[in-house]
Design a binder for this molecule. Structure first.
Ligand SMILES: Cc1cc2nc3c(=O)[nH]c(=O)nc-3n(C[C@H](O)[C@H](O)[C@H](O)COP(=O)(O)OP(=O)(O)OC[C@H]3O[C@@H](n4cnc5c(N)ncnc54)[C@H](O)[C@@H]3O)c2cc1C
Length: 429
């Protein structure tokens, strides 16, 4: 068994020298050089600090990226790399820097280290948002936030059902209020990232089937009786846990009701923009990781006595993918800055801005998911056999980039949102 590039390949296919250059520290350097001129110094410093953390973590633990990454979460959380979207002062963490741009940097650094870990952590980070927003100083809710952000527990966000995917609002899972203000949940959910590993979950249900106006939102301790989760096999992300859950008279006490029936729908949509933007960051990070592999490889691999980058068939398409990825990165950095500025000035996103951001987040999600899939595939293709064997993280990237158009609202749903906006804009003319 050979350990190469922090990745255990059964048989080494790539030359020693090239593999060494494909290591995490070299790839991190390539990313930093690309972004250095566009970032505020606090964000560049944070990126480098996070990169250094993951480089040491990989080295100290002899990580090969075949492991169960859920075991790493407590250590990563202890060092503050599960979410940087908020300062988390309510739970005495006081992260600096924090916000959308800092979250983008966190995602980039973690993604270069391990793509599947990063997608899983994204689900935990998304689950934290509604609990933090609706904590109302309730002890159990604050405890859940802290346990999730510090990696003591993993989180899941539980919306999709076997019969309700894109049509998420008309749910079948029911919640019935009892006299003491607690609720009984019954139904089934499917495709939840981390579902079978989660300690805390944010679950949506309706008091009347098919009626989204009766939707409620709950914080669920998954050790409760009535919660069962089965791991689903998604072959493109073999190390991630994605699950189907069953609720059988799952009793939720009143202090874990984040939104009563009638409030759940607006709770579901209020955080969607920032959640979608974090998915955009993830997609872009995947594209950068693949480009970095391909650029290093193409600069070193020789065929017909010349580095393959020098052939137009390799160098030109690679430059094209690089240009597209850089452009989308700059667009996302710009939007992230606007979000950070508004939050800093006003403490919240103004209604009109948030409305416009909905379309922007859809546009970016649509483009970045497509970009990730194309860039990763093309980079693998440009690397020849080295791009598709199991010696590098390209293998993980090839799998994960193929599911990004589905999660977080499918490509067609994003198109639908954008078309609706075009109609609304036309009506203003
Ligand atoms: C890897 C992965 C992780 C996920 N993580 C989570 C999670 O953490 N939490 C969670 O709750 N869910 C999660 N999901 C679920 C995801 O959000 C849904 O899969 C997605 O919303 C689509 O639902 P569906 O699979 O039922 O497909 P369907 O809604 O049945 O769609 C099937 C096809 O029909 C298209 N379609 C549907 N309606 C329309 C329309 N009106 N116009 C045009 N086309 C349409 C879709 O775009 C798609 O191509 C995850 C899914 C995957 C694959």
């Amino acid at each position: 068994m050979t350990i190469v590039n922090g990745k255990k390949g059964k048989v080494q296919c790539i030359d020693d020298e090239i593999l060494k250059k494909l290591s995490l520290p070299t790839r991190n350097k390539f990313l930093s050089y690309n972004l250095a001129n566009f970032l505020k110094s606090e964000h560049l410093q944070f990126l480098k600090q996070a990169q250094a953390f993951f480089e040491n973590f990989e080295k100290d633990n002899c990580i090969t990226h075949n492991e169960d990454f859920y075991e790493w979460v407590p250590e990563i959380g202890k060092h503050g790399y599960i979410s940087r979207l908020h300062k988390f002062e309510k739970v005495n963490l006081n992260y600096e820097p924090y916000g959308m741009t800092a979250e983008f940097m966190r995602i980039l650094a973690m993604e270069f280290f391990d793509p599947q870990l990063t997608m899983s952590t994204g689900a935990t980070a998304i689950a934290v948002n509604p609990i933090l927003l609706h904590n109302d100083d309730v002890e159990v809710r604050l405890r859940a936030v802290k346990e999730l952000v510090t990696g003591e527990k993993v989180g899941a966000i539980v919306i999709t059902e076997p019969e309700r995917g894109s049509d998420a609002v008309r749910m079948q899972t029911t919640c019935e209020e009892l006299e003491d203000g607690s609720f009984l949940l019954n139904g089934e959910k499917i495709y939840q990232t981390n579902g079978s590993k989660a300690g805390w979950a944010v679950v949506y249900a309706v008091s009347e089937k098919n009626n989204g106006n009766t939707m409620a939102q709950f914080l669920v301790d998954t050790s409760l009786n009535g919660w069962t989760a089965e791991r689903i096999n998604i072959p493109w992300t073999p190390r991630m846990h994605i699950a189907k859950e069953y609720f059988n008279n799952l009793r939720i006490s009143s202090n874990c009701v984040l939104g009563k029936p009638g409030e759940g729908r607006s709770h579901l949509f209020e955080g969607l923009n920032l959640e979608r933007l974090t998915i955009v960051c993830l997609n872009i990070a995947e594209a950068w990781n693949a480009i970095t592999h391909a650029v290093i490889y193409a600069n070193m691999r020789k065929q017909f006595d010349k580095e393959i980058l020098k052939y137009q068939g390799v160098g030109f398409p690679l430059a094209d993918l690089w240009a597209q990825t850089t452009s989308l990165t700059l667009a996302t950095l710009n939007v992230s800055k606007m979000v950070d500025d508004k939050l800093e000035q006003l403490g919240t996103l103004p209604k009109d801005f948030n409305l416009a951001l909905g379309t922007t987040a859809s546009q970016l999600k649509f483009l970045s998911a497509k970009l990730s899939e194309r860039v990763v595939y093309e980079c693998a293709n440009l690397m020849g056999g080295a791009g598709v064997c199991d010696n590098t993280l390209m293998q993980d990237l090839l799998g994960i980039s193929r599911i990004q158009e589905i999660g977080g609202g499918t490509r067609q749903v994003q198109s639908h949102i954008m078309t609706t906006s075009l109609r609304e804009l036309f009506k203003l003319l």
